[in-house]
Design a protein around this ligand. Structure first.
Ligand code: HEM
Length: 444
């Protein structure tokens, strides 16, 4: 039998200080290349200029949940994502943000998840069947986003009389291609007059998607369904008691589409890879799934009986956090654990390094889902969804989507490693694979 190195692939961070020009050049391609490797060994690293890299759980908690909780999202994030999602929940600040967060929180409540899970299970069953019928090498870096795209079509854009599902599919693909070209660091460190990739390319996919979203929202509003049957119905329900203008609703619909697509897809792809690398764990998880729901659609309530699968998803998001980096601008001067942060400084949270920090984790680069089956970790050590008031509003939704899709697929098929080289993690907009992720698929 073939022997594999079971250490999961990792990223190469910057071992030497990076000049501003190198920074600007590599960051657009792979932001992980400019994050100092020291952030894997130390919990606080003072970067060049006014940058602080923070991997200390207490400092993180103090900044995201405590005294720095109202520090705004870094301006460069807004410059980049703003072109695609406008001023919805993810980018707004102050009262506008507070009102939107209050308005949309009920939409993501646990009571709505069983309805969403039913749609995810239908997608999962289709994906499982198609994989089982076509055994052999499969690029899971394509299958995973295709399944989250199908979910989005199902829970937001389905049942439309005026807009065909093909129009939606083509529109979404063009829109996601536009977004995947965005890089969080494209604008950083560069003089404002330099032309940027995105400023040169057409915004047509965004305009098309906004038009489609507007039509879909209006048509569904007019339908006025008695009982919410999907995500869009829940969204419209939330707006019945707390109104917002039409363009903000389009901003928010697209915010949910963008925030939830690539993030969940990456977690799925990396999760399948880790299981191919760890066949024993894959078999144990399959047994767990089969005893919870041997056949038929996986239901939301079944997930409670899948603690191993849940721990696997958590460990996947530790090793490969989709949002591997986020940032804030310091709105005030503060001192935390002896570190002086001046007003205007940049606070960088390199989640990738935090989750693999040698001072915080045993065997940080190894796959050990059991770490999530014992006592809770100290706050601030594991933050795939952020923390504090701006914590991901879709965290439970994402966990449900990933678990239902994975459970449906793993019940039917087995993943193993073939001869194809494995991709590396690359961080542009989210942390994805550097190329195809070819796994061998066979009926389980
Ligand atoms: C594995 C999947 C996901 C990951 C890893 C993830 C991660 C994150 C992180 C780290 C943040 C906080 C960023 C910051 O503090 O600057 C965030 C915010 C957000 N996420 Fe997610 N997310 C995921 C899925 C989703 C889904 C499925 C949705 C919606 C359907 C969603 C909607 C949002 C929104 C709207 C915000 C902004 C919340 C606010 O500022 O109040 N996310 N996400």
């Amino acid at each position: 039998m073939k022997q594999f190195d079971v250490t999961p692939v990792s990223a190469r961070l910057a071992e030497k200080p990076v000049s501003l020009i190198q920074f600007a050049r590599s960051a657009g391609r792979n932001m992980l290349e400019v994050i100092p490797a020291e952030t894997l060994r130390e919990t606080y690293v003072r970067g060049p200029l006014n940058i602080h890299y923070i991997c200390d759980p207490e400092m993180i908690t103090e900044l995201l949940v405590g005294q720095g909780r109202s520090f705004p999202k870094a301006k460069f994030t807004k410059d980049i994502i703003g072109s695609a999602v406008g001023n919805g929940l993810i980018l707004s600040e102050g009262d506008k943000w507070r009102q939107q967060r209050r308005r949309y929180s009920p939409l993501f409540a646990a009571r709505n998840l069983p309805v969403m899970a039913r749609h995810f299970a239908e997608t999962g069953t289709e994906v499982a069947e198609s994989l089982a019928e076509h055994p052999g090498p499969v690029d899971m870096a394509q299958v995973a986003p295709a399944s989250t795209l199908t979910n989005i079509s199902r829970v937001i854009f389905s049942g439309n009389k005026e807009v065909s599902s093909e129009q939606i599919r083509v529109g979404l693909i063009a829109y996601f291609n536009y977004i995947s070209d965005l890089s969080l660091f494209d604008l950083m460190g560069l003089p404002k007059w330099l032309p940027r990739k995105k400023w040169l390319s057409s915004k047509a996919p965004v305009t098309t998607m906004r038009d489609l979203a507007r039509q879909v929202i209006e048509q569904r509003r007019a339908e006025n369904r008695a009982e919410p049957l999907d995500f869009l119905d829940f969204m419209i329900e939330a707006l019945k008691t707390d109104f917002e203008d039409k363009e903000t609703t389009v901003d928010n619909l697209l915010t949910f589409v963008v925030a939830g697509h690539e993030t969940s897809a990456n977690a799925l792809a990396w999760g399948y890879y880790l299981l191919a690398l760890n066949p024993d764990m894959q078999n144990r998880i399959r047994t767990e799934i089969r005893s919870a729901r041997p056949d038929g659609l996986i239901e939301f309530s079944d997930l409670e009986a899948m603690p191993l699968l849940r721990a696997h998803v958590k460990e996947t998001l530790r090793l490969y956090p989709s949002a591997a980096f986020f940032a804030r601008d310091a709105a005030d001067s503060v001192e935390i654990k002896g570190v002086k942060i001046e007003k205007g400084d940049a606070l960088f949270y390199p989640v990738y390094s935090l989750h693999r920090n040698q001072k915080l984790w045993d065997e940080p680069d190894q796959y050990r889902p059991e770490r999530f089956m014992g006592p809770a970790l100290p706050r601030g050590q594991y933050i795939p969804f952020g923390d504090g008031p701006r914590i991901c509003i879709g965290a439970q939704y994402a966990e449900t989507e990933i678990m239902v899709l994975m459970a449906s697929v793993l019940r039917r098929v087995n993943f193993s490693l073939g001869d194809a080289p494995m991709p590396e993690p690359v961080l542009t907009f989210t942390m994805r694979t550097s190329g195809p992720l070819i796994l061998e698929v066979e009926q389980a």
